[in-house]
Write a protein that binds this ligand. Structure first.
Ligand code: ADP
Ligand code: ZN
Length: 432
């Protein structure tokens, strides 16, 4: 195993020792903000109380609501003049939260992203095209700095504008792209429409993250472009990308435990769940200077994968994100995650690159409507073939989510596309 920096190859003992020391540091630094000073005093936690990483459980959780209540700079723990950067979350689920970075924070963040890219085989000879939005969104500058730090020629292409993306990839022979999963399939479709074969596109690696997607969806991206796609997880509150990343085994994402202390808890009770069980990911920054955050409830659902990774790294792995606790919807009394639906529909080869889930009431009760784009070549099939396909999809969905959906086929490129993270669910109940 070739590592980018020493910490990447640390043993469990080295990771644990580092976590204890850095957690004490984070607690001490966080006390520079009145918010944490009071919180920790009330809970009676002092840095020296931390003797093992598990002692983190003595610290109260920090919620998104807490961060919002401290917006914009309530959690700042360094003098204002030491701040060199600010980012905001995309605000997918409400008011954004803002994070301030010192120069040290920007540097250590870049190192982490460079480590991720290096882990999946990106090297200075690669041309890295960042197809994610720049601006306040951390996927832009976060990957940009990381790829530059690694030494790649880094192209800040930004989001959308498929024709320009394609031209740049071809003109500069881009080998690695950072791309939203929903956009990857849209880009592939654009290539096809132009009469090009996506598999002949120069890309050899795609870094895919920022929104939930299923294994089926990943395989589609890989097959379409004939490349390797690696899952990337991060969130603004924890700097942005670079928190957890898949290695070449493609079997779970290693959380960089020298920089973040991960826990997985039962979302209702806040108690830790056993390894392998699904719960809410909770993260503590271990290196951040500007705004240390302790025990942040991410609302993201995943599980620790038990056992060692074949790659030889000892940083623990989390499973792909199942979804956000906020994504779950209840229909006819059943809890459903959009990814359960994606997982089913993406196994049908006739299904194209986009879908939309709509929740409605029709007077008799709630209706789960699933619109899926069909591949162009399937639209010419005769009525009976399509009806039978519709029935098969509906029945597989019913098995998965226990509600019979109304499956509708639409032509490719007709469902709404977003420039940023895909909107998979519309809830129109109660709007009439
Ligand atoms: P927002 O929460 O407003 O979207 P961010 O841009 O900070 O703000 O996005 C972070 C969130 O994006 C994470 O908390 C998670 O829900 C989602 N996310 C990031 N990476 C992934 C991934 N690889 N798989 C699934 N979801 C992801
Ligand atoms: Zn691994």
């Amino acid at each position: 195993m070739e590592v980018f920096d020493k910490a990447e190859g640390w043993s469990r003992e080295e990771i644990t020792a580092c976590q204890v020391a850095r957690l004490r540091g984070s607690i001490a630094r966080s006390m520079n903000s009145p918010f944490y000073r009071e919180r920790l005093a009330r809970a009676g936690v002092r840095p020296e109380d931390i003797r093992t990483p598990e002692d983190v459980r003595r610290i109260p959780f920090t919620t998104k609501q807490d961060l919002r209540s401290q917006y914009p700079e309530g959690l700042l723990c360094v003098p204002r003049r030491d701040v060199v950067r600010m980012h905001c979350s995309s605000g997918t689920t409400g008011t954004p939260t803002a994070i301030c970075y010192t120069r040290g924070d920007v540097n250590s963040w870049s190192d982490l992203v460079a480590r991720c890219l290096h882990m999946v085989g990106v090297r200075p000879d690669d041309v890295f095209q960042n197809m994610s939005g720049y601006g306040l969104f951390t996927g832009g500058l976060g990957f940009h700095n990381g790829a530059e730090r690694l030494g790649c020629m880094t192209i800040p292409a930004g989001a959308g504008n498929s024709l320009r993306q394609i031209k740049i990839v071809e003109d500069f022979h881009t080998t690695v792209a950072h791309i939203l999963p929903s956009y990857a399939l849209i880009l592939g479709e654009k290539l096809r429409q132009m009469g090009k074969n996506p598999a002949e596109f120069p890309l050899r690696i795609a870094i895919v993250g920022a929104e939930p997607y299923t294994e089926e969806f990943r395989r589609r991206i890989e097959d379409l472009f004939a490349l390797k796609a690696y899952n990337s997880y991060g969130l603004t509150e924890m700097n942005g990308p670079g928190v957890a990343f898949e290695c070449q085994e493609q079997n779970g994402m290693h959380v960089w435990e020298d920089a973040y202390l991960p826990e997985i808890v039962n979302p209702e009770t806040g108690e830790p769940v056993p390894d392998g069980e699904i719960g809410e990911l909770v993260l503590t920054t271990l290196r951040r200077e500007g705004m240390p955050i302790l025990r942040y409830r991410t609302r993201d659902l995943t599980r620790f994968l038990p056992g060692e990774c074949a790659c030889g790294r000892h940083h623990r792995r989390i499973d792909r994100i199942l979804g956000r606790a906020d994504d779950m919807f209840i229909i006819k009394g059943v809890n459903v995650y959009p990814m359960q639906i994606e997982q089913v529909i993406m196994t049908f080869k006739e299904v194209g690159q986009n879908y939309l889930i709509t929740l409605e009431s029709d007077g008799l009760g709630d209706v789960l409507r699933v619109q899926v784009e069909l591949r162009d070549e399937c639209f010419v099939e005769d009525m009976r073939v399509l009806q039978s396909l519709q029935k098969r999809i509906a029945s597989r969905l019913r098995d998965e989510v226990l509600v019979t959906p109304r499956v509708e086929f639409v032509q490719s490129n007709t469902l709404p596309k977003s420039e940023g993270k895909a909107v998979r669910v519309r809830d129109l109940r109660g709007t009439k």
